[in-house]
Design a protein around this ligand. Structure first.
Ligand code: NAD
Ligand code: MG
Length: 388
């Protein structure tokens, strides 16, 4: 049976992996809406290829270009923040949320509010909105399918088990491309070095997050909300081969792990086909060729981001949204050559310290206000501390 699909963030890395799977299963899917930030020509080409009903650019300035590129196709074009939310609110069987950053929060909440099934890759939205998002999921009867590979692994391991029986959830981390670097080398790491991930091919922002370990910090907060076992039962282990995507240990000392190739098409396929399975074009794991799987503790002295994330959950309230917003600004500044690699986590920590009296956000608008205010704080830090 054909199912309808909306893809938020169609022109990104997760977007491309999703569309690759849809392309191979054309009969199974009918595409409703595709969105991007700019990239109007690329978005229009995808909308034509997949016969989307509507294409939306987040930046309204790109709307004329999108309209021109879609002329004569019968595909509707729209632009702006509100249009993204309206596209996400159109009824569909499956929404893939693959916008990067807190910019995806409004559209994700719109999909949740119509009680949809959402494959959530956009971790920053959940990190920022936390309880507000999880309460909306419960209130509107929405279904969140974790797409981040670790959370998808945990979701699979929990299937058929009771959350009360969980003794420990362990997120695996590759450690990123700079895992073995010294403090001096880290201070001089360039954007090209930071985005050169050994196992995964991803967008620029998450690649930098992976190098600072903030990706694991964000994932820690994401897991805290998705799997309510409490902070003391959530751990992280560095596993450089990225073969085990995460593990769940139960109270009888059984540990279930999910293994697979380091390719996001595996967790995306698991969400698209859920609760069934579908084929992917990947080579199955060859454990004999891989040879060994190794594990080591995270080095929080060199990579403080996981500590900052843990402290942000412990502080609760606005802290996770502040951590995320400051990190988004710091990563963009690093990619633009404005700050050193090691300044990213330092900036996040400073913004958190300066904002420790921010009130707990209870609505989407309040979360967005916290996000905006933390961004302003981070930007003002940038102005006063260039290239340190
Ligand atoms: P990407 O940068 O490759 O793509 C981002 C997409 O979002 C693009 O389509 C872009 O046009 C759109 N976008 C960017 N800014 C926007 C804005 N302000 N408004 C509206 N749309 C905007 O990113 P990605 O690597 O595909 O990551 C997407 C999300 O999935 C992120 O939250 C990331 O953390 C998460 N994720 C990615 C991977 C991966 O392998 N790439 C793995 C796990 C989780
Ligand atoms: Mg991940």
């Amino acid at each position: 049976m054909t199912r309808t699909l909306t893809l938020l963030g169609a022109t990104g890395s997760i977007g491309a992996s999703t569309l690759d799977l849809v392309r191979r299963n054309r009969g199974a899917w009918c595409v409703e809406a595709l969105t991007a930030n700019g990239s109007a020509a690329e978005l229009a080409a995808l909308a034509r290829e997949f016969g989307a009903k509507i294409a939306v650019v987040g930046e309204e300035a790109f709307l004329p270009e999108l309209r021109d590129a879609l002329a004569g196709s019968g595909i509707a074009a729209a632009g702006g923040r509100q249009a993204l939310c309206e596209a996400a609110a159109r009824p569909v069987d499956m929404t893939v949320a693959a916008i990067v950053g807190c910019a995806g929060l409004g559209p994700v909440m719109a999909a949740i509010e119509r009680g949809g099934t959402i494959a959530l890759a956009n971790k920053e939205a959940l990190v920022s909105a936390g309880e507000v998002m999880m309460q909306a999921v419960a209130k509107h009867g929405a279904t969140l399918l974790p797409t981040d590979s670790e959370h998808n692994a945990i979701f699979q391991c929990l299937s058929g088990n009771r959350i009360e029986d969980v003794a420990r959830i362990t997120l695996t981390a590759s450690g990123g491309p700079l895992r073995t670097w010294s403090a001096e080398r880290l201070a001089a790491a360039t954007p090209a070095e930071a985005v050169a991930h050994p196992n995964w091919s991803m967008g620029a922002k998450i690649s930098v997050d992976s190098a600072t370990m903030m990706n694991k910090g964000l994932e820690y907060i994401e897991a805290f909300h998705l799997f309510p076992v409490g902070l003391d039962k959530l751990g992280i282990v560095v596993h450089p081969q990225s073969v085990i995507h995460s593990m769940v240990e139960f109270r009888d000392c059984s540990t279930l792990a999910q293994l697979g190739p380091s390719d996001m098409r595996v967790p995306i396929a698991s969400c698209l086909a859920w609760p069934q399975r579908m084929e992917t074009p990947l080579a199955p794991l060859d454990l004999a060729a891989i040879g060994q799987l190794t594990f080591e503790p995270a080095n929080e002295a060199l990579f403080p981001a996981t500590r900052l994330a843990r402290e942000a959950i412990e502080a609760g309230g606005a802290a996770p949204a502040i951590l995320n917003a400051a990190n988004e600004i710091a990563v963009a500044a690093f990619l633009a050559g404005q700050i050193r690699f090691t300044r990213i986590a330092a900036m996040v920590e400073e913004v958190l310290q300066r904002s420790n009296d921010a009130p707990r956000p209870a609505t989407l608008d309040e979360v967005l206000a916290v996000d905006q205010s933390a961004r302003r704080q981070a930007l003002s830090l940038l102005e006063t501390s260039a290239l340190v």
